[in-house]
Design a protein around this ligand. Sequence first.
Ligand SMILES: [Zn+2]
Ligand SMILES: [Zn+2]
Length: 364
Amino acid sequence: MSNLQAKEQLNNTQTKTEKCSGCGANMKFNPELQKLYCEHCESTKEFEQKVNFHEYSLHEVIGNDYFYNREEAVVFNCSNCGAKIVLNEDQSSIVCPFCGTSHVQKTEELAGIKPTAIQPFLFGIKKAVEYAKNWAKKRFFAPRAFKSTLSPNNVKGVYTPAFTFDSETSSSYYGRIGKRHTRTVGSGKNKRTETYIVWRTISGNFNMNFDDVLITAGTKFDQSKLNKISPYDTNSGKVFTEQYMLGFMGYHYDRDIDSCWDEAKIVIDSNIKRGILRQYNYDVVDYINISTTHENVKYKYVLLPVYVGNFPFKKKVYNFYVNGATGKTHGKTPISFWKVFFTVLFGLAVLGGIAYLIYMGNIS
Ligand SMILES: [Zn+2]
Ligand SMILES: [Zn+2]
């Protein structure tokens, strides 16, 4: 399908919502029930949930654009922070989950390729705020205002895009590693121990299989953030259908599969290197050259549940992230100047006290 055709189709389609059969309100996906739920009359509705998703081979996609678009979704752009948000409803006013502003406008952009799999949220926003509060409590230098004002208004459920890659790798390698030894040299007054390194060259073949190397496809929610709130059990996801999105936001991917695969290869390479070196007893690596071939590379495009929190404090916005399946939380908090100030002051007072005692001890 050409871009133009896709665009025409976009203009002709309605966004995908599910109306409550009881009262006509829009139903939302409820993480606790894992069903659609009407907040007005409390009726629920099941939808088909499949678990056997297909993993695609990599040459099925790289250089190809036959993947069909999600026609029911609308893409919004935040002019404040650049985030692109995907919604199933054509809402007139939305708040950006990343920067908390409402400088968010509807665009004509396409929602892009349809995800292969989705990991549904497993708990609702109230629970997410609890997880965030527990995390904030342990942030000693965070200002009290941060800990006390965290509320559901600061937190949005956002499905964030990622790719998983499988690969069967075979590598050949050669290199030089060394082991430290000590010996005693000299005699009499000059007797001393010195350290020396015994080098050896290594070479061989090494095979390693990778399953679901998880790489973020969104620059705002980057790899280090994803790693901090991982793991995600990506093999237990569901086949994507739009119903899971109802009542939630999506974060539009802004990295393509080629660059994600490049990043996956970096992750894979460092694991291979560790795997090779683990076979040896060594203290230092002089060099190691590894050349790797990938076979049977499979990927899937998954949506991960992340509660994105934003907290504006003194003209800056601080983001934190809650894993929507496990509750694991990570983020930045503002730092209270006074907490740091008094801690340093207290530390200096203790040091001063010790110095005074030593001084008094010395003159008496
Ligand atoms: Zn209803
Ligand atoms: Zn924004």
